[in-house]
Design a protein around this ligand. Structure first.
Ligand SMILES: [Zn+2]
Length: 57
């Protein structure tokens, strides 16, 4: 299975941002700079609400 993308809503500012499921480095919110995802070696650890899973094609 290829990596999926996840639509994450920032806890702090409610910005919605699409994040790759297996990030290699910490992903910050583009609006407020809050951490949205941290790498774990597998599927990222998300900080915020996962709104949607977007499957890679
Ligand atoms: Zn934010």
């Amino acid at each position: 299975m290829a990596g999926n993308f996840f639509s994450i809503r920032c806890d702090d500012c409610e910005n919605e941002q699409v994040v790759f499921g297996k990030v290699a480095s910490v992903v910050d919110c583009a609006v407020c700079g809050s951490t949205l995802a941290t790498p774990t070696g597998g599927e990222a650890d998300f900080h915020g609400e996962v709104l949607e899973v977007v499957e890679a094609r």
